[in-house]
Design a protein. Sequence first.
Length: 224
Amino acid sequence: MHSAPATPARAFLFDMEGTIVDNMGFHTDSWITFFARRGRAIEAEEFFRATAGRQGGEIIRSYLGEHLPDDEVARLNHEKESVYRELYAPHLEAVTGFDALIARAKEQGVKLAVGTAAPPANVAFTLDGLDLRRHFDAIVGAQDVARGKPHPDVFLKAAELCGVAPEHCIVFEDAPLGVEAARRAGMSCVVLTTTLPPEAFTGFDNVIAIVRDFGELKAELLFA
Ligand SMILES: O=P(O)(O)OC[C@H]1O[C@@H](O)[C@H](O)[C@@H](O)[C@@H]1O
């Protein structure tokens, strides 16, 4: 832990939900509302651990039935994400230290990308709502890859679009499934404890730091 990656980072790949913004509680609340409308009760922390980082459609199929047709899943996912955006809109803000970190990264020539399970409407809601889209060299979301985290697809695609090899990427994540996706992609990972405590990440050999927000990160770790 807290040891620099073997090679200097050439790209930072940011998870979006729970990492760029501290919003996972609002996602969980919107899932609770969504399932309650269907007579299903879910336990917040267990649900988060099992699903955070997975695409909405994958979550809906695993709870409501793998057989559901694509158009029905899309309709249900739209309903859930509309509830989420309404809940979170009054709170939308970047995690402490994010703006300073990306400014420093750009000065150092580090490429910047987003790798998220979120659908395009939520990417627009967050990145355009905070005027962050212009900073990124690549944005990879749920519509761009077949499989969500813990599969590595979203981060491998982001790295490819940045033109940077996986071993030169650092992923920033808040969810164990996302850290696992980074591990499978061959990437180091910085964990933010926006959503879960540090203990949730023991056992991952690709974690190089665990911090509360971006302001706690040491420059030597990231800009070796
Ligand atoms: O990959 P990210 O940015 O953490 O996004 C994860 C989330 O994306 C959301 O769109 C889903 O509704 C959440 O339940 C999911 O956990």
